[in-house]
Design a protein around this ligand. Structure first.
Ligand SMILES: Cc1ncc(COP(=O)(O)O)c(C=O)c1O
Length: 396
């Protein structure tokens, strides 16, 4: 019966320095071992309320509709398209990489007319181009953009997107899957209408929930729909009846994941958002300096680099898959390969949440030098480690 099975489940302990998931915080693991409660148990409802309070603080919003959807970050994207778009509506989407492309694909499946504003991978979508496209499109229902494009390592400025959208009577949708709790994000101040994220990156929880926040303006648009969304599971009106005062059963709540999110948010808020954002920036800057010193140019446009995710060119003569395989085998380190146009040409190194540490910057640099050396390519380890250390340690 058990032939061919491992004697026990025993996954290796990795250092997760790829595009996500990041390492789960020990406090989060402990929280997940708490007893499972029923989805209408008053004790569980209290935990949900606290999650909402903390999510509002982390998103910097007062939005009543701030909840955690079941599913990974993609469920937040899917809920945006399913609820905010009706067949025939026009949406303008900035496409700067793989996840912008996913939004286009999804919006199309919900019957929307998609106007894409493309940019070269590794660069931002210039807000002026987005504005032009919105003006030219006429009646627009929504404008959507990815804040942290994990495929390219670009941090897209999103402060202007609401202005651009609202001037056209449209809603502003932002993908903050990688940027939430790692980069500055101020939902109310920037007047964003729908923002979604995930648990497995900046929050250092396992994958499994998608925190979202929805403005009153967007909830009015949902209420004014001609037809109900074709997606039942992610129907915001139904979900609101469970998360709001009515407490109507919608789905069996993933209790252990809710505990994880609760603890992940507590860790974030204890550190404080400004300190957390600064920590991500500091470690990214050190990693950038080290990569450049090693002769691995950065891929993302200068001035718009995404602190939790760095894309670097793979050095000449180094095979991508072999090097990443060696990192995993020899050092238990995961980094990401390139997606799309960057496949085989770039690495994606994540320093997110709990894994954004000085130790991990030095570790990944040392391990990359070692992996390149195993393929006969010499990188200047002393320069790389020295460049990072001089930014990480006061006396270095
Ligand atoms: C920017 C961005 N958007 C959306 C997603 C999809 O999220 P998930 O894989 O959690 O469904 C990802 C995943 O890495 C992402 O990086």
């Amino acid at each position: 019966m058990n032939e061919g099975l491992s004697p026990e489940l025993n996954p290796p302990v990795r250092t997760l320095l790829g595009p996500g998931p990041s390492g789960t915080h020990p406090r989060v693991y402990r929280a997940m071992a708490a007893p499972v409660l029923g989805h209408l148990d008053p004790a569980y409802l209290q935990i949900m309320n606290e999650v909402q309070l903390m999510l509002r603080a982390a998103f910097r919003t007062q939005n009543r509709m701030t909840i955690a959807l079941p599913g990974t970050g993609t469920s937040g994207m899917e809920a945006a398209m399913a609820n905010l778009l009706e067949p025939g509506d026009t949406i303008v989407i900035g496409v700067a990489g793989y996840f912008g492309e996913r939004m286009v694909e999804m919006a199309g499946r919900y019957g929307a007319q998609v106007v894409r504003v493309d940019t070269e991978w590794g660069t931002i979508v210039e807000p002026a181009r987005l504005r032009e496209a919105v003006t030219a499109a006429g009646r627009v229902k929504a404008v959507a953009i990815v804040q942290g494009e994990t495929s390219t390592g670009v941090l897209q400025p999103v402060q202007e997107i609401a202005q651009i959208a609202h001037a056209a009577g449209a809603l502003a949708i932002v993908d903050a899957v990688t940027s939430f709790c790692t980069c500055e994000l101020a939902v109310d101040e920037w007047e964003l209408d729908y923002v979604y994220s995930c648990t497995q990156k900046g929050l250092s929880c396992p994958p499994g929930l998608s925190p979202i926040t929805v403005s009153e303006r967007a909830m009015h648009a949902v209420a004014a729909r001609r037809e109900r969304p074709s997606n039942w599971y992610l129907d915001l009106t139904l979900l609101d009846k469970y998360w709001g005062p009515e407490r109507v059963y919608h789905h069996t709540a993933p209790a252990s994941m809710t505990y994880a999110l609760h603890e992940g948010l507590r860790v974030v808020l204890e550190e404080g958002l400004p300190a957390r954002v600064a920590r991500h920036a500091r470690h990214a800057t050190a990693l950038h300096a080290a990569c450049v010193a090693l002769g691995m140019p950065l891929v993302a446009q200068a001035g718009h680099r995404l602190p939790p995710l760095t894309t670097v060119q793979i050095p000449e003569g180094v095979d991508d898959a072999q090097a990443r395989g060696a990192l995993l085998r020899e050092r238990n380190i995961e980094i990401g390969g390139g997606l799309g146009a960057f496949r085989g040409k770039a690495w994606r190194i994540g320093l997110m949440g709990h894994t954004s540490t000085a130790e991990n910057v030095l570790l990944v640099i040392g391990a990359l030098v070692e992996a390149a050396a195993a393929q006969g390519v010499t990188l200047d380890a002393a320069s790389g480690l020295g460049a990072a250390a001089s930014l990480l340690f006061a006396a270095a």
